[in-house]
Design a binder for this molecule. Structure first.
Ligand SMILES: *Cc1c(COP(=O)(O)O)cnc(C)c1O
Length: 422
């Protein structure tokens, strides 16, 4: 369910016509719906609470959509933040996420980032390896603090749509084995700079089948029970993110209530504080990328190219993950659909959003919306080809605000300077 619907023959975000935003802000532009963000967060929270989970922490994965206004929208509902860099910690704090609700993940945290996290009072650092455990202990001792840590386990299950976003197989770079986790947890309990509080996993992204998750979570429960049997206190179990979003070409992802029911069933009788790190399922459907058709270019060999003013630097997912995005005209016309290769202006063939896609009738100057672009969209955008960073707009009811303006060319060039010898 999202709040991008046709009203009176044109596509709206909540109560604002997308064409009105495109007119005022220009294209390409990302547009986010507050109501959709709020709905996805509360649906998940309510489903977990309805299953009787004790005060679950829902730490929204900031990397999916890290705009501070988006984070503040979720923080107002009580969301925590799952972060993977000092930059993301700073964003979460700026958005008003209480530091105790921030979870710091990632395989390559630097000593500087760890120190910043500890000094900011971040609630949990997820440890991905033994060298990292030792580094966090060292930084903690130097600061005279005990770092609250959870050990990230790699449950060795196959899950997640695309090889580049699968994280839970033994040959991925994330986390440690179950055996290692037991050893590291026991070691950590004896380290002066650490306080181990739990275990964590995150097995992949765009998962549309609950079975691999259930298998991984059952193994995680087993680990908690073994650690407790050894006399080690385990307060928290963080089950990561990974629930898929509907992109219209893949199997429907499981509904939040089915996910919550699976967790309740897997964890029945286990008294522990649960944490979750959803990114995509919260943000994906809450955003669209609006672009304008520049040209329709028919080649004599028969291909028909729809050339847009948006490119792979604005929305990388199709080039990077072969991802599918539904493409809709903002003001649908009457007439016959046609097949297009939808491309951007960037000088490489990878700048192709889709090939041979049958779309409703379109003309140069028309606006189109890439649906389900709220997650891993603007957050992955770049200035490749020296294109200005794509702006972001947040809608709430009949209001909208530009929450990241399009920079000027002067802004872009002001960041660089000549070397003294030039
Ligand atoms: C990316 C990531 C998430 C969020 O994944 P989604 O598929 O967007 O839900 C959660 N936790 C960790 C550790 C991650 O790296």
């Amino acid at each position: 369910m999202n709040h991008f619907e046709l009203q009176g023959g044109e596509l709206y975000c909540e109560d604002v016509p997308l064409a009105k935003i495109a007119e005022a802000v220009g294209t390409p532009v990302y547009v986010y719906s507050s109501a959709t963000l709020e709905r996805h967060f509360t649906v998940l929270r309510d489903a977990l609470v309805a299953e009787g989970l004790r005060a679950p922490l829902i730490a929204y994965a900031v990397k999916a959509n890290s705009n501070v206004a988006v984070l503040a929208t979720l923080a107002a509902l009580g969301a925590g933040a799952d972060v993977v860099s000092e930059g993301e910690i700073r964003r979460a704090l700026k958005a008003g996420v209480p530091p105790g609700r921030i979870v710091f993940s990632g395989v390559g945290k630097t000593a500087g980032e760890i120190a910043f996290a500890l000094q900011s009072g971040v609630g949990e650092i997820n440890v991905e390896s033994e060298p990292e455990l030792n580094l966090i202990n060292k930084v903690g001792q130097e600061l005279g603090l005990r770092a609250t840590v959870a050990i990230r386990v790699n449950p060795d299950v196959e899950a997640g749509g695309h090889a580049k976003i699968s994280t839970g197989k033994a040959d991925n770079k994330f986390g440690v084995s179950f055996g290692e986790a037991e050893r590291l947890y026991a070691n950590a309990a004896n380290m002066a700079g650490l306080r181990p509080v739990g275990v964590t996993c995150h097995i992949g992204s765009q998962i549309t089948d609950l079975a691999p998750m259930a298998a991984a979570f059952a193994k995680m429960r087993g680990l908690v029970e073994r650690l407790r049997a050894e006399g080690l206190p385990v307060e928290r179990l963080d089950l990561g993110g990974g629930l898929g979003a509907p992109y219209f070409n893949t199997p429907e992802p499981p509904a939040p209530d089915a996910y919550a029911a699976m967790i309740a069933q897997t964890m029945r009788g286990l008294d522990i504080q649960f944490a979750f790190e959803p990114g995509r399922m919260v943000a994906a459907n809450a955003g669209v990328l609006v672009a304008r058709v520049l040209h329709i270019h028919e080649r004599p060999e028969g291909r028909r190219f729809l050339v847009l003013d948006a490119a792979m630097n604005d929305l990388l997912r199709p080039a990077m993950y072969d991802a599918y995005h539904d493409i809709r005209p903002v003001k649908p016309r009457d007439g016959e659909p046609a097949a297009y290769d939808v491309v951007g202006p960037i000088c490489e063939t990878g700048d192709t959003f889709t090939r041979d896609r049958t779309l409703p009738p379109l003309e140069p100057g028309d606006l189109v919306a890439f649906m389900t672009a709220g997650a891993y969209g603007a957050a992955m955008a770049s200035e490749y080809n020296s294109r200005l960073l794509v702006p972001e707009v947040l809608v709430k009811g009949a209001e909208y605000a530009v929450v990241r303006p399009r920079p000027t060319y002067e802004d872009m060039l002001a960041r660089e300077r000549p070397a003294p010898w030039l």
